[in-house]
Design a protein around this ligand. Sequence first.
Ligand code: SF4
Length: 456
Amino acid sequence: MPKLKDIFLEDSKIASDLKHRKTINFNISRYDESVKKGKLRYRNMELAKQRASYLKEKVVANLSEYLIEFEKNAQNNGIDIIWARDGDEAVSEIIDVLKENRAKVLVKSKSMISEEIELNENLEKAGFEPVETDLGEFIVQVAGEKPYHILTPAMHKSKEDVAELFNEKFNTPPNSTPEEITLFVRKKLRKKFTSAEIGVTGANFLVADVGGVALTENEGNGFMSVAFPKVHIVITGIEKVIPSINNLQLMFPLLSALGTGQQVTVYNSLLTGPKRQNESNGPEKMVVVLLDNKRSEIANEKEHYKALKCIRCGACLNTCPIYKNVGGYTYNTTYSGPIGSVITPFFKGFEEYNHLSFACTVCGACSEVCPVKIPLHDLLLLNRKKGVEQNLEKVSWNAGMKAYEWAFKKRKNLDIVNGKIKNTLVKTNKNILGEEKEFPAFAENSFSQNWKLNLK
Ligand code: SF4
């Protein structure tokens, strides 16, 4: 189990890495500018958020009904539905589909669920070749890294970093521009699209009344992953279901406005099954893997069920003052930022991941920006409470908090010892603010003591 203190000290090193901070602040600031414009396109953004929140609330409250409706309609469209209780089941089902279709190479569009179940690693171990086709995902795959951000996987890399990486891996010119790199990747991936036997995508929404999978993307790689290979596998969490095709007019623009600031994302598809008899294009087979992985347990939680309303727009990460300083990798989880800190302890255990709920200043910026009105900072406080109830904190931490509570209750308690003793106590724990910062020295007397002395 990672030690809380060590994790925070590690974070403080990353927070002091000025190059890292400059890159993410630059990239996030570009998002901030476009999201500001995206919000202005709404006459009443608050109303749109309320509607989206209500819709997702209704979905989570009736999850099984909507999923059954989706399953029935999807099967009528010729889609195979696979239910997976956890990541292992999902991976093994996907491997079965690959084997049945004698597949070796699969092209993948961006899918955080596939990261959650470590699909690439598991497929590589089993001898398959998964190829990421989203540019950001491709960059991190080439670098041997994980996505840094749920929406922008390579946010931590500057254009110079990417040029250097591609020069090292593919011998492209060392000062390649983003346009040159994009063209290079485009050519490279085109061959993969046309030769891969399987295409894997995630789903932004599962549309119950039409039994279809809604996908929204900017690069067209998701659509190409569906169009060329003969089999299309969708891997998705069960919470992605929405009742009706009519809900897309609310959800698609909201997702793009808060995620990237666009009025609407470039490619929006509703995939309703493999190609029909009279159609010449499209996959011959379509499979949807519905992953639970503790989601049905979260749906039964008194307050935390709200986290299942998330549409993965990434806005809470971009606004979070902690994320902007420590960045995505510090969380050491698939889902980072405020939403990641809320759900990861449920997915992977409170004992190992509850320290994430302390990576929060409780400023509430995440809850304010969230398009589906998830009270993220409240849920983080509830996670802390769960940690205390489960007795997960170390004895020394609990004792320290008790001492802190006692000392700060009354001025008299704080003044029991003089400045010298306070400074000595702080020195015994010299990393209290991390290695990069000095704890300011206590004055000999406190303000109130000096005040009294001056009155005499
Ligand atoms: S919690 Fe809200 S703001 Fe954060 S990614 Fe999900 S929908 Fe977006």
